[in-house]
Design a protein around this ligand. Structure first.
Ligand SMILES: N[C@@H](CCC(=O)N[C@@H](CS)C(=O)NCC(=O)O)C(=O)O
Length: 218
């Protein structure tokens, strides 16, 4: 199966980690923002990453893709079937995709994507406003919600953990990460999930690239 995108995108990284946790091989085909690659465009009508191609089947959107993978490769189960657990898993994924990404995209696009990949200046005013006005409520919510040990939903890893942790990885790419003094539970939870090989593999490669181009100092 081919996955179009860049692992710098939390949506793409979520899908890569989801597949890796299932032991499903995805071949990452690099495309950037505005990419005109024809196969990618056929799979993703609005040019958004990720998009998946599996033989003659193509589908875009990280949520559609993870549901496809879950149905096709049910073991290990990463989307629970028990009604309340399933609802909570989808809540966390949706919250990550909309609320967290709504904020993180403004920060990451203007501080990393624009200068590093699009070779133009980002709008620091937009990034700073999102960091000051949107991020604290998200981190406060997560601090009082994540478990001291274990996972967000049920007894094992689910899509909820991968979806919530993936954008937190982009915070680290901006030189910050989570302040363990202010958000001790969240910092501990985030490092537990982000250190899973399924995510860590991509995060380390991304950080190495950012260091190479001088966009990350530590
Ligand atoms: N709901 C979509 C969102 C995908 C998305 O917005 N991806 C961004 C990268 S993080 C993108 O491709 N942006 C390029 C564009 O909007 O043209 C999903 O879950 O896959």
């Amino acid at each position: 199966m081919l996955l179009f995108g860049s692992s710098f995108s939390p949506y793409v990284r979520k899908v890569l980690a989801f597949a890796a946790e299932k032991g499903v091989a995805l071949q990452l085909q690099a495309v950037g923002i505005g990419d005109q690659n024809e196969e990618f465009r056929r799979a993703s009508p609005f040019g958004k990453m990720p998009a998946l191609v599996d033989g003659d089947f193509a589908i875009a959107d990280s949520s559609a893709i993870v549901h496809y993978l879950e149905a096709k490769h049910p073991d290990p189960q990463l989307i629970p079937t028990e009604p309340k657990e399933r609802a909570r898993t989808i809540w966390f994924e949706e919250m990550a995709d909309t609320v967290m990404m709504g904020c993180l995209q403004k920060m990451f696009f203007n501080r990393v994507v624009a200068p590093v990949f699009l070779k133009r200046e980002g709008n620091e005013e937009i990034a700073n406003k999102a960091e000051c006005e949107e991020l604290p409520a998200i981190l406060d919510y997560l601090e009082r919600t994540v478990p001291g040990e274990g996972y967000l939903v049920g007894d094992g890893l689910t899509l909820a953990d991968l979806a919530v942790a993936s954008p937190l990885g982009n915070l680290a790419h901006m030189g910050g990460g989570i302040n363990a003094g202010q958000y001790p539970r969240l910092a501990d939870y985030a490092s537990r999930i982000l250190d899973r090989p399924s995510l860590r593999h991509h995060l380390d490669r991304e950080a190495a690239y950012l260091r190479k181009v001088g966009a990350l100092s530590a």
